[in-house]
Design a protein around this ligand. Structure first.
Ligand SMILES: [Zn+2]
Length: 139
């Protein structure tokens, strides 16, 4: 009779009858499930408090604020282009390639347009500030 082996990639240990994982990987999997369950419960508890800011830990909040303060969309456009390059290299199905490229080009174009709008606003704001400064000098 063939004995079943552990489902964890590269493990190869035999498992108990009816089990998917060996003792080592089964425990790790159970632990991960417990952790996810705990995270879900904690999120619901915080959500019930009705305060958006309390949903995230202080360090996560700090990183979010830092990321949001980053001007422009250079990271987003860069990420889209990396995905486009990966798609071009890895997708063998022509239909999926065409659909994926069309979606990514559309998203990149929108992001680039938004980027220009943001840059324009920044430029306009600077022009207004300079004009105000000059007007103040004249009076
Ligand atoms: Zn295993």
């Amino acid at each position: 009779m063939d004995r079943k082996r552990c489902a964890a990639p590269g493990c190869g240990r035999f498992v108990r009858r009816g089990a998917e994982w060996c003792r080592a990987h089964g425990a790790a999997d159970e632990e991960a499930t417990d952790e996810r369950q705990h995270a879900r419960e904690e999120f619901r508890r915080r959500l019930a408090q009705g305060d958006y800011r309390q949903l995230f830990d202080a360090d996560v909040q700090a990183v979010m604020a830092q990321a949001a303060a980053e001007p422009g969309l250079a990271d987003e456009i860069g990420a889209l282009r990396i995905v486009l390059a990966r798609l071009l290299l890895e997708e063998a199905d022509l239909g999926k390639l065409v659909a994926g490229v069309a979606r990514l080009v559309s998203a990149t174009t929108q992001a680039a347009r938004a980027q220009r709008a943001i840059a324009g606003e920044t430029g306009q704001g600077l022009t207004e500030a300079i004009n105000r400064f000059l007007a103040e000098l004249e009076t």
